[in-house]
Design a protein around this ligand. Structure first.
Ligand code: HEM
Length: 524
């Protein structure tokens, strides 16, 4: 058939018609999921007086716009939650759009109580695969609370021995000593990076045996955004992978065309998936080569989980255990630098308990001593209140149509607990924007004063580790590690942040923060 025949024949006309039909369907589908459904969701909740939503509908970006605008103004991406606390705390729920995905955020205590009472029959962990959980899609962190997942959670806790963590203190001190000495030799130190070295080393010692130390510190290939391959250590790889996966959250494509991200079809998702696979391959090699019976070895001997789940479980523990604590350490050191009187008082408590740099920390730093220092505990608790490593919980979902505080929530809707806003509730915390460790000390004058005003926190006013059966299982371990690290660092070092960062009241060092704290470090 010659070309003119084809053009005039019905073949082409039919093909063209089908093509236009498919294209129209695709456009309608995109407009419906990207614009119409999010808009209807936003509008539906505007009428409830106990629900707060964005004042105007923001297409495609949704409430991500808040995060992006904060960063543009040199504020940490979640600073709007703190600054808007007065407005938000008047409501039970906040309805947001994570890009185009509708999410209900639990704000008030009443809403949280109702949420917890429905867990896990009507509300459960969502089978999520976004943000940082996209890095570990088969770990228990991302799975609904089936019997099997709760069994994995219990086993993981006992294998990692989080409840008898005192045995890890000497190793924590060795890591701190090494990093502390290294920091003193540099003119400027990226404090997030240094604290990451500490927390990663602590967790690699918990998970892997001494016989694979070489493999842990070996260099592995990592593809950079410009396509170049850089040889880096595993801990550096974990830091970069975490940052990249958090940034997926702010990437419009991951909201508009989820499959592109989930299947790693285009960059940066493609590159990040490749780097994640390399990271996991390295972890597998380490576990397989270790003969020592450390936590990862036990996790891999679980006969009821498959290889992919076990691998993600180990990576999940590394991620949950090291990234969170390192960022919290930076926040705590920041507030201590910003509040010299507090730092002085903390050093006095440490000195009075024998924590001086002339003494060997390996002898004096016992679990009992660490737990007995009230002011140290208060400083860590206050840092947890004032800056939060994860401003929202992982994602949960409604398993059926439910109501929270008389507000209907349809089956399948994503629900998250707001972990930050209540930390600045002026009805629960006196001087809510000030860093005042004394507020956590029942014996202090400040505490007595707050009691007289009637403004006092309750069990749900502290949400750093979330609440309920899927709250953080590493809380007491994290507290211990924070206290040992702060005790060591403030006794041995003077850490100075730059003035601009000290004066920025909207700075923060939680996950995904764009701030790089370049500090100067001197011997104390
Ligand atoms: C300062 C340090 C830490 C903070 C602020 C923190 C905070 C959190 C938060 C907010 C959650 C989400 C809970 C929810 O979705 O409702 C979580 C989950 C989790 N955390 Fe932590 N965490 C820290 C340290 C640790 C440590 C040291 C471990 C040790 C292994 C750990 C292991 C986990 C695990 C396994 C989960 C998932 C629990 C589940 O889904 O059942 N975390 N953490």
């Amino acid at each position: 058939m010659i070309l003119s025949d084809i053009l005039t024949s019905g073949y082409l006309r039919n093909a063209l018609c089908y093509f236009l039909l498919i294209l129209t369907g695709l456009i309608v589908h995109i407009l419906n999921t990207v614009l119409l459904q999010p808009y209807l969701f936003w509008r539906k909740y505007k009428k409830y007086p106990n629900v707060i939503t964005r004042e105007s509908f923001s297409p495609i970006l949704g409430d991500m716009k808040e995060h992006i605008d904060s960063m543009k103004e040199n504020k940490v991406h979640y600073s709007y939650m703190k600054n808007g606390a007065e407005k938000y705390n008047k409501h039970d729920l906040r309805v947001t759009l994570d890009g185009i995905f509708p999410t209900v955020m639990i704000l008030s205590n009443k809403a949280l109580e109702e949420f917890l009472s429905m867990q896990v029959t009507k509300i459960d962990r969502d089978d999520l695969n976004s943000g940082v959980s996209g890095l570990i899609p088969h770990s228990l962190v991302t799975m609904p609370s089936t019997k099997e997942v709760m069994r994995r959670r219990k086993n993981m806790l006992s294998w990692v021995s989080l409840n008898s963590a005192s045995k890890y203190i000497p190793h924590m001190l060795r890591c701190l000593e090494k990093v502390g000495n290294d920091m003193k030799t540099k003119q400027k130190v990226d404090l997030v990076h240094s604290m990451n070295v500490v927390t990663f080393d602590v967790f690699s010692d918990i998970l892997f045996g001494d016989d694979v130390k070489e493999l842990v510190s070996k260099l592995y290939p990592y593809e950079n955004p410009d396509g170049s391959i850089e040889m880096i250590e595993l801990r550096e790889m974990l830091i970069r992978l975490t940052k990249c996966h958090i940034s997926h959250f702010f990437h419009p494509l991951s909201h508009m065309f989820k499959f592109l991200k989930n299947r790693g079809l285009v960059n940066p998702f493609k590159r990040d998936a490749k780097n994640a696979a390399e990271f996991k391959r390295a972890i597998l090699e380490i576990v397989k080569n270790s003969k020592e019976q450390k936590a990862a070895h036990h996790m891999f001997s679980d006969p009821l989980s498959n290889e992919v789940q076990k691998l993600d479980e180990v990576c999940g523990v590394m991620l949950a255990g090291s990234e969170t604590t390192s960022h919290s350490l930076v926040s705590c050191l920041y507030f201590l630098n910003k509040n010299p009187e507090t730092l002085k008082k903390l050093r006095e408590e440490l000195n009075a308990n024998g924590f001086t740099k002339e003494k060997s920390f390996y002898e004096i730093c016992t679990m009992e001593k660490i737990q007995s220092m009230t002011y140290l505990t208060c400083c860590v608790k206050e840092a947890f209140r004032c800056d939060i490593v994860a401003p929202r919980s992982f994602s949960y979902a409604a398993l059926e149509d439910i109501e929270i505080c008389d507000v209907p929530i349809s089956r399948g809707t994503k629900i998250r607990i707001d972990l930050s806003t209540c930390h600045f509730d002026k009805n629960k915390w006196l001087d809510e924007y000030e860093f005042i460790p004394e507020r956590h000390d029942f014996e202090s004058e400040y505490y007595k004063r707050t009691k007289q005003t009637g403004i006092k926190p309750d069990v749900y006013s502290r949400r750093t580790f979330s609440h309920g059966m899927r709250s953080c299982p590493g809380q007491s371990f994290a507290m211990l590690e924070m206290k040992v690290a702060i005790a060591y660092l403030v006794t041995h070092l003077d850490i100075q942040f730059d003035e601009e960062q000290l004066n920025n009241k909207d700075i923060g060092f939680g996950l995904g923060s764009h701030f790089i704290p370049l500090v100067t470090v001197k011997e104390h």
